[in-house]
Design a protein around this ligand. Structure first.
Ligand code: PAF
Length: 282
């Protein structure tokens, strides 16, 4: 597996692969890799001749400097995991390499980027679009792999791909969970032991709420999830939106759409750590 740190080396590597007619899969990440990332990489390895994984902690998508500061950085361990998954190359550039000048481009895809994470983390999706569009331009992958854990991010990236006319396939991959149901996330390593034991209540509660769909209204199911989770000492719901899975617009009736998803963000513990998850109602 090749470790690439500059755009020039990346271009040389890709030219070599393309000259042999190889298809290219890209897995964009911010590092601190876990089994969720491994599942994306393994899928790309089965579907493409070459898989390149970017490991870049993108500063422009962090609206909270403390969040960026404490984000885990584990490049060496990440490389071991990627090698074991069969990736051909890791692209781990510096901030200067990716942003030689401040990026003044502005992306706006309402409502997908203005609700939920977009509302609570202003500028977050603009930063995601800045870096993902740069990666798409540099790598020109045939397929790009994203975890459905960041459900809203995929909806925003799809809009950007349509808007800018990128000729590639977005491949969404299912959430990978711990045995106790907690969605795997790089941020989980920041949880203390007592926080790890309460965090699984998030998914457990959402799962219970799916069975209530037949007899309870959208509002009742929403309130059940929020009240149950807020009832756990150490958990505080920031938002729970039950939305159309394509537009991310709120739904108020189960008959409104054939694609309904509940998206949640919960603060866990004293620091606190922000955990996001979602569940499909239909
Ligand atoms: O999902 C992530 O890890 C990041 O938002 C991404 C897509 C790698 C862009 O920095």
């Amino acid at each position: 597996m090749q470790l690439i740190q500059t755009k020039k080396e990346l271009a040389t590597f890709l030219a070599h692969e393309r000259a042999q007619g190889k298809s290219v899969g890209l897995v964009p990440t911010m590092g601190a890799l876990h089994q969720g990332h491994a599942s994306l990489v393994k899928r790309s390895v089965t579907e493409n001749d070459t898989t390149i994984v970017s490991v870049f902690l993108n500063p422009t998508q962090f609206n909270d400097p403390t969040d960026l500061e404490r984000y885990p950085r584990t490049l060496e361990a990440d490389c071991h995991l990627l090698e074991a998954c069969g990736a051909q190359a890791v692209f781990a550039p510096s901030v200067k390499e990716m942003y030689p000048e401040p990026d003044s481009r502005r992306f706006s895809y309402p409502p997908t980027d203005s609700v939920m994470e977009g509302a609570f983390r202003p500028g977050h999706f603009n930063g995601v679009c800045q870096i993902v569009s740069k990666l798409f331009q540099m790598v020109e992958p045939d397929r790009a792999y994203f975890g459905e854990k960041d459900f809203q991010q995929i909806a925003v990236i799809r809009r950007m791909v349509d808007d800018l006319g990128f000729n590639l396939q977005i491949v969404p991959c299912p959430v990978i969970r711990e045995e106790n149901g907690l969605a795997m996330s790089s941020r989980n390593t920041l949880l203390a032991d007592d926080e790890k034991s309460i965090a699984p209540n998030i998914y457990r509660t959402m799962k219970t709420s799916v069975a209530m769909m037949g007899e309870k209204s959208v509002k009742e199911v929403h309130d059940f999830v929020v009240n149950e989770i807020n009832g756990v000492d150490g958990l505080k719901v920031q938002y729970y939106n039950i939305v159309d899975g394509r537009t991310l617009a709120d739904v108020s009736d189960w008959a409104e759409s054939d694609d309904i998803v509940g998206c949640i963000t919960v603060f866990c513990g004293k620091q606190p750590i922000r955990l996001i998850d979602h569940i499909r109602y239909k």
